[in-house]
Write a protein that binds this ligand. Sequence first.
Ligand code: NDP
Ligand code: MG
Length: 390
Amino acid sequence: MRRNAASPRAGRPVSALGVAILGSTGSIGTTALRVLERQGGRFRVAALTAHSNSELLGEQVLRWTPGFVGIVKGDGHASHAGWALGEGCLVRAATRPDVDIVLNAIVGAAGLDATIAALEAGKRVALANKETLVIAGAIVAAAAARGGGEIVPVDSEHSAILQCIGARPRGEVRRLILTASGGPFRDWPRERLARVTLADALKHPTWNMGRKITVDSATLANKALEVIEAHYLFGIPFDRIEVVVHPQSIVHSMVEFVDGSVLAQLGTPTMEVPVLYALTHPERVADGGLPPFDPVAASPLTFEPVRLDDFPALRLGREAGIRGGAAPAVFNAANEAAVALFLESRIAFTDIPRAIGDALDALDRMDGSSRDALGLADAAARAHVRGQFA
Ligand code: NDP
Ligand code: MG
């Protein structure tokens, strides 16, 4: 979903690009600040927002002196004079005139409105918040078309696909092949999955991420979100988007072309690379922070089929994507609600896909034709999941 092939610097006087980081205190947010630290004067931190971690946000503000600071759940004591409070701060940060690029690193549906507002304001959105595209892919595309904004993915799989496809016409693409690490339970027998503990699920084998996406990676709901994300980003039908398990997380994804050629993007599993690429696409800039890639140390590279029957969230999400309308928003909200309950140790690991499936069955007639309708579907799905375990 790229409106402009040019970088956000094109046509502007050469000055540092203003970056708003929504969710600066999270895993992606702090990774981004580490990347910016090494980029010298190329970028300027124009805005930072957090949910409630005012301590870390305060440290970041001292270091980066942004023109705007927002905190969603701050109060007069926890946050500082001049900080914007409440949910509205996300859209305010995303639409400021001194912001060229919005890095949306918020987790969950809370990131949606800021993405839409940024695209309507003509910004580049470096999108980590995949939930945005899952909930409202068509509405987000329309916002980009209206405002002239563009999305560049941060998710490593989608960054890989973007780098492989480049500007090639979509008619040349036969298949997208998303890689999945398989998560911590890749080789666990099915009977053991019912006894997974929270600590087990939070131990991801190859990536160090926030808690929600770490659980999503263990259930493979994350890969379902990514299949839908890929569909909207690249305009490829669902039956040409496949998933393969690749435990080493070195091949970040592949594109098969109609002539049988397959391009893949490889690298050490660190989000620093796709974060920087989303800021500079289509240019590449030097980053001395990473050691050179060592293919011998990375080997062997192996691939396996997904155990779809044991990790049903992937199939449920793909089916919801194909059904369209409100179904992907219901899938996403049911997953968010179920993961929140799992993180509070109130439900079992295997209850997560079960709760999603029940919500999709119960809410299969919800309207998904507008932002408001999707908000209702989201709320209904959350209520349905909580009701199942009340
Ligand atoms: P984290 O939980 O580490 O960080 C989330 C950030 O969002 C924090 O800054 C948090 O603030 C803020 N936040 C949480 N809830 C809200 C809310 N309701 N309103 C506003 N801000 C909120 O998540 P990650 O960084 O791991 O993930 C962020 C997004 O990136 C997700 O969509 C994830 O799927 C995606 N992603 C992440 C990857 C990773 O490696 N981590 C890889 C690929 C995609 P506070 O700290 O104050 O609570
Ligand atoms: Mg990913």
